[in-house]
Design a binder for this molecule. Structure first.
Ligand SMILES: [Zn+2]
Length: 85
């Protein structure tokens, strides 16, 4: 077995313990006593965490839409340049 494969096996072994938290939905190592995201939060703190998570998700989706638009515009530009030859 080569060293890369061995390192990968160790990484996969660690990932087996990382599962989504039933309370907040974020992934954490289940060998830890509590979720590191919401383990110390009360219900109000959890609500704030979930709102922040939703806000970040919306921000990432907006970036994705922007890049899709830029890609489409570049595609149209390349098509126009090729058709003019
Ligand atoms: Zn959690």
């Amino acid at each position: 077995m080569n060293l890369g494969l061995l390192a990968r096996a160790f990484l996969l072994k660690d990932q087996l313990h990382i599962k989504p938290c039933p309370r907040c939905g974020l992934h954490y190592d289940q060998r830890e006593p509590a979720c590191r995201h919401c383990g110390t939060l009360d219900d109000q703190g959890l609500k704030a965490l979930l709102a922040e998570k939703a806000r970040q998700h919306e921000g990432n989706a907006a970036i994705g839409r922007t890049f899709l638009l830029i890609g489409a515009l570049l595609g149209v530009f390349v098509l126009i340049v090729f058709l003019q030859r």
